[in-house]
Ligand binder design. Structure first.
Ligand SMILES: [Cu+2]
Length: 316
């Protein structure tokens, strides 16, 4: 946003912190998975300092393909096409060019709100946890707002005055979770493991175990194909440092209780890894319970993005 006085700046900064969705151009649904069609609904909440909006221009970033804007009554629609930096696979067909820009031209009063829609396929050059930014230029009768700022690595997007609207990529596995595993009175859900940096000797296993029965059970061990053994670990605070240690005698799962294994909490430790765990792999291991016995569990390996745990987690 363009601002004219320090008073306005302070007020706008406050507004941006408390109600960013009202102040900024943004997407209605700012989460999607890679390699799926994303319906982008761009919200234009106001004009430029009281002026009506006459044009909305969206720049399509590299790695976003098969873009189709939706025509809008009362607005003319134009697209710019061009070559991509590289060819992308679209259901088995390589595509090397496509829409790189969209312009809607019409008029939208400053006191009104409107939405502009396009669909696009965000390719898997974007990892889960990444945000894909679509710079937008809003032209008005008497000037323009440039929603083109992209946060640097580690920078809080809320600290930007005119951030480009972004959509965050979520892990596909989370969007289409596999069926829960049933073993006796236990239900095991959403197992996953995390990529390990080269040379790491341990990996982590995460999932959720619910005891639907009326007696306690106990997780006493397990197996993982690339590890020499599997331990159940918990995190605890040692002074100011989080450390992990094996749970002695196995972990009790009480009747009616759900135990969450997650980065920074209880986790399965795959000890003495023979090779690193890579994104996209799946590994079939087992969990061993006192009552429910041996249960087969398949762990998809996911990236670090959005799931990063404190580095201390892997210090024994
Ligand atoms: Cu551990």
């Amino acid at each position: 946003m363009k601002l004219t006085s320090s008073g306005a700046l302070a007020a706008a900064a406050f507004l941006a912190v408390s109600t960013p969705a009202l102040a900024h151009v943004s997407f209605d649904n700012a989460r999607t998975t890679a390699n799926a069609t994303y319906k982008a609904v761009l919200r234009i909440p106001h004009g430029c300092e009281g002026q009506p909006t006459l044009k909305i221009q969206v720049r399509i970033p590299e790695g976003v393909i098969a873009v189709k804007p939706m025509p809008k009554a009362g607005w003319t629609l134009e697209t710019v096409k061009g070559p991509y930096v590289k060819a992308y696979d679209l259901s088995g067909t390589p595509v090397a060019e496509g829409v790189t820009g969209i312009t809607w031209a019409g008029s939208l009063d400053d006191g009104h709100y409107d939405e502009f829609v396009f669909q696009a396929r965000i390719t898997d050059i974007f990892q889960p946890g990444a945000t894909v930014y679509f710079p937008v230029i809003q032209e008005c009768a008497n000037g323009r707002e440039e929603w083109t700022e992209i946060p640097a690595a580690g920078q809080d997007p809320h600290s930007l005055k005119s951030p480009a609207p972004g959509v965050t990529i979520t892990a596909a596995a989370a969007a289409s979770a596999p069926a829960p595993i049933k073993a006796g009175a236990l239900t095991i859900e959403e197992p996953w493991s995390r990529v390990t940096p080269g040379g790491a000797k341990v990996g982590g296993g995460y999932l959720r175990i619910t005891n639907t029965g009326s007696t306690p059970d106990r997780l006493v061990g397990g197996s993982f194909p690339l590890a020499s053994r599997v331990e159940v670990h918990e995190m605890s605070l040692d002074g100011t440092v989080m450390r992990m240690k094996p749970v002695e005698g196995g972990l009790e799962i009480k009747p009616g209780e759900t135990v969450e294994f997650k980065p920074g909490g209880y986790h399965l430790m795959f000890v003495d890894l023979k090779e690193p765990l890579k994104e996209g792999q799946t590994h079939k291991g087992t969990l061993v319970f006192e009552k429910a016995g041996t249960v087969e569990v398949t762990y998809p390996v996911r990236g670090m993005g959005g799931q990063a745990a404190p580095a201390a987690e892997h210090k024994h």
